[in-house]
Design a protein around this ligand. Structure first.
Ligand code: BGC
Length: 412
């Protein structure tokens, strides 16, 4: 314990030198936060930011209430039950966009506009965190879901060129090559990762404007781009591991580390995972935009807010205020595999992939995430069900009809 106290003291002194705002007044008590960061990379990133928070607020006991299950598939249900019972945690992980909007409209969160400086956050990000001029959650990062991960040793061995892998047909040819050599071409995981993949495939088939249109009703799901997306989905799943429904996202990523699979299309929390497993970006693994999506950046933003019914609001406010600081974001994101949601980053702390992602974020078309709270939640759930049935029984016309009905049911 003494050693931990000394480390915390050193961090606090270091931060004071760096100019991190000192904790004002004594904040005390327990701070319970619900999150789903339990896999490699995620856990380490959370530990890093928790150490910073504890150094700033030594009298607060931070309790990380983790609920395993990628993309928050399980955590969201647990959270909803607690909210309905009037017993929310003091703060919780939530995606900026339609997911947090649901909590705002339901009156779960309180405005925290006074806790951040709007000038340092891009408008595109802050707009997803608020409603009617108020901010309701603080974004800790920006993840890039439409990323293709590549086992470098295998593609070198097979003579597959990386720069053109973002072209769908080139990618399919590479999968053929990988299959012929006895590898699993595309590592895939459980149900939500199938929906995640479909998000990238829709974007690739429709382009950013068409893809955006799906979510505001200006492009119907009867569009030929959706037909193309379903056909592409069928092709891609044909290259995936047959046991995918039983694998978590990190177990699928591990197939690359184990040299069993060549590619994985996953958000860049996989980058954090690979690094936690000792892989080096650019050396052991490389990346490209998911096939068809070059020039677009799907937004997946983790954020935290303060519930109106939080037991320890003062500590919750201290928590979100901390994660709004660049020092916190520079501690968290290099480990998590994400980039800061605000300006002021010390770029020397970010690896070659993360610098690539930062540049891509600054220059690409930003579009919402299907599987990570960016679009209407009910519709995203229905699409997840439809696409998971589709991958076991690939009936393109049938699935497209179901997608269209789901969109109409969602009011689009
Ligand atoms: C979250 C990430 C998390 C990933 C896997 C996403 O929905 O935004 O922070 O690492 O799910 O669980």
């Amino acid at each position: 314990m003494k050693r931990i106290t000394t480390i915390l003291l050193c961090i606090a002194v270091g931060l004071a030198v760096l100019g991190v705002p000192a904790a004002v007044g004594a904040v005390t008590g327990k701070l319970e936060i619900v999150h789903w960061w339990t896999a490699g990379g995620e856990g380490e990133a959370l530990d890093a930011i928790a150490a910073l928070f504890e150094s700033l607020y030594p009298e607060v006991e931070l309790i990380g209430a983790s609920v395993a299950g990628g993309a928050g598939t399980v955590a969201k249900g647990v959270l909803q039950t607690r909210i309905l019972a009037g017993n929310p945690p003091d703060s919780f992980q939530v995606h900026a966009g339609m997911e947090v909007r649901g909590h705002i409209l339901a009156g779960v969160l309180e405005p925290i506009t006074d806790l951040l400086d709007p000038a340092v956050f891009p408008k595109a990000v802050l707009d997803l965190c608020g409603y009617e001029g108020e901010v309701y959650c603080v974004p800790i990062n920006v993840h890039r879901p439409n990323t293709l991960w590549v086992n470098k040793e295998i593609v070198d061995e097979l003579g597959i060129a990386i720069p053109t892998l973002s072209d769908f047909d080139v990618f399919v040819a590479a999968c053929e090559k990988a299959k012929a050599a006895g590898y699993v071409p595309l590592a895939l995981g459980e149900a939500w990762t199938v929906n995640h993949l479909f998000g990238s495939v829709l974007l690739g088939a429709l382009g950013p404007d068409g893809y955006r249109g799906l979510w505001d009703g200006s492009v119907p799901f009867t569009d030929p781009g959706v037909t193309l997306a379903l056909e592409r989905m069928k092709t891609l799943v044909g290259y995936a591991n047959v046991d995918h429904a039983a694998l978590s996202w990190d177990a699928a990523a591990q197939m690359l580390v184990d040299g069993k699979a060549v590619f994985n299309i996953m958000g860049d929390w996989a980058e954090g995972y690979f690094k936690a497993k000792g892989w080096e970006p650019g050396v052991d693994f490389v990346w490209a935009s998911a096939p068809g999506t070059r020039g677009s950046f799907i937004l997946c933003i983790d954020a935290f807010g303060v519930p109106k019914d939080a037991a320890n609001k003062e500590a919750a406010r201290a928590w979100v205020k901390t994660i709004a600081s660049i020092e916190a974001q520079d501690i968290f994101n290099p480990v998590k595999g994400s980039v800061p949601s605000r300006s002021g980053a010390d770029k020397s702390l970010y690896d070659v992939y993360l610098i690539w992602s930062m540049n891509d974020f600054a220059t690409s078309e930003l579009v919402p995430s299907l599987a990570h709270g960016g679009v209407l939640e009910a519709l995203a759930g229905d699409i997840g069900d439809i696409i998971n049935i589709f991958v076991t029984k690939p009936d393109v016309a049938g699935a497209q009809g179901s997608l269209n009905r789901a969109a109409i049911d969602a009011g689009l």
